[in-house]
Design a protein around this ligand. Structure first.
Ligand code: SF4
Ligand code: SF4
Length: 340
């Protein structure tokens, strides 16, 4: 081993703790939103017999298609939509975060990403390893999420602004969030089998849903390709221990790359945290110095809180749907078909 490749032990890295704190905070935030939304729906379903709880606009983070439709509508008309505007602001926040910090929405914030991570980590604890699909299967499977993104993207792109407005303000669009919750509350056999299959599969395969099927992940992954921030390896300092590749949840061969350009990199920084050679691996923009984890965390928080705060302070965060409409539509949500 040459002198420049001498082993350098680094101090403890707090990256995993910081990232997992963000994941936990976002899980708690979503549970709080989900509980509030449930009581909001129950109020209208019960004809006002239960305690009224205001609708949390954050629930629209689970309506990415509405976010995409509203974003197109806003760009085309210069008008912020009155129904599900939070879906658009959250989509923009997650896209900006993923541009700045490498698809970080998936590994720092997304509750599904966090659940997936817990499942495959649990599987590795129990069975000692995770299953990795062979390359000939992995590559076509990974393209599925882009096909789904293409389908939704095409559907939204082919709609003119009046059509987008008509869709979002239709009974179906107004209570799309209620319909989504009802899907899980009154799940049928097929839906239950599919979800159970994904949950069980996620125990064995790392990030099964995120890697192969999530169109949201596909979108932010494509955005991250244009990000100036990348994981970079200094071959002169690297001691070829391959720990970075072993820990990478996206199965990237970090130890053999000088720059990680893949759309699968989620900016989780686990590779940087595990690297034992000082200066061998870093997240950086170009040849600049390493971007520290606290800066990544701070940037994610500032973008998220900044965009949500802007929407709230300018009065554009809440859907403008009258109480009378919810009284009529929420109890009948399941009866509304998808507008043509
Ligand atoms: S390359 Fe590093 S930052 Fe990117 S997904 Fe793999 S471990 Fe995470
Ligand atoms: S963790 Fe990766 S970058 Fe760091 S020394 Fe080992 S092989 Fe090199």
């Amino acid at each position: 081993m040459s002198a420049k490749k001498s082993f350098t032990r680094r101090g403890p890295d707090r990256t995993p703790f910081i990232r997992r704190s963000f994941q936990a905070a976002f899980i708690l935030l979503n549970l709080w939103i989900g509980a509030r939304f449930y009581f909001f729906v129950r109020y209208y379903e019960s004809g006002g017999q239960t305690t009224f709880v205001g609708r949390p606009p954050g629930v629209e983070g689970w309506l990415p298609i509405a976010g995409l439709m509203n974003l197109k509508y806003a760009l085309q008309t210069g008008t912020i939509p009155e129904v599900h505007p939070a879906a658009m602001f959250l989509l923009v926040a997650f896209v900006v975060i993923s541009f700045v910090a490498r698809k970080a929405f998936c590994s720092w914030l997304c509750p599904i990403g966090t659940l997936s991570e817990w499942l495959w980590e649990g599987g590795r604890e129990i069975f000692g390893r995770n299953v990795q699909a062979p390359r000939w299967l992995d590559i076509p499977l990974r393209s599925l999420k882009y096909l789904l993104l293409g389908f939704f993207g095409y559907a939204v792109a082919s709609m003119a602004a009046p059509d987008l407005h008509a869709f979002i303000t239709s009974p179906y669009g107004l209570v799309a969030d209620v319909k989504m919750m009802n899907f899980f509350r009154r799940i049928g056999t097929t839906g239950a089998v599919v979800i159970a299959g994904l949950l069980v599969g996620s125990v064995f395969v790392k990030n099964l849903w995120c890697r192969y099927l999530c169109p949201y992940g596909a979108l932010v992954g494509l955005v991250s390709l244009f990000s100036p921030a990348r994981i970079r390896r200094e071959a002169d300092v690297c001691i070829d221990c391959a720990k970075c590749a072993k820990v990478c949840p996206s199965l990237l061969p970090v130890d053999r790359l000088t720059t990680v350009k893949s759309a699968e990199c989620t900016g989780c920084l686990e590779c940087v945290a595990v690297c034992p050679a000082e200066g061998a691996l870093r997240l950086s923009a170009g040849r600049s110095r390493a971007i520290p984890t606290w800066a990544v965390a701070g940037t994610i928080a500032v973008i998220f809180l900044g965009i949500v705060g802007f929407a709230q302070l300018t009065g554009r965060w809440h859907s403008n749907v009258p109480d009378a409409a919810y009284r009529e539509l929420v109890p009948a949500a399941d009866s509304f078909a998808h507008p043509q």
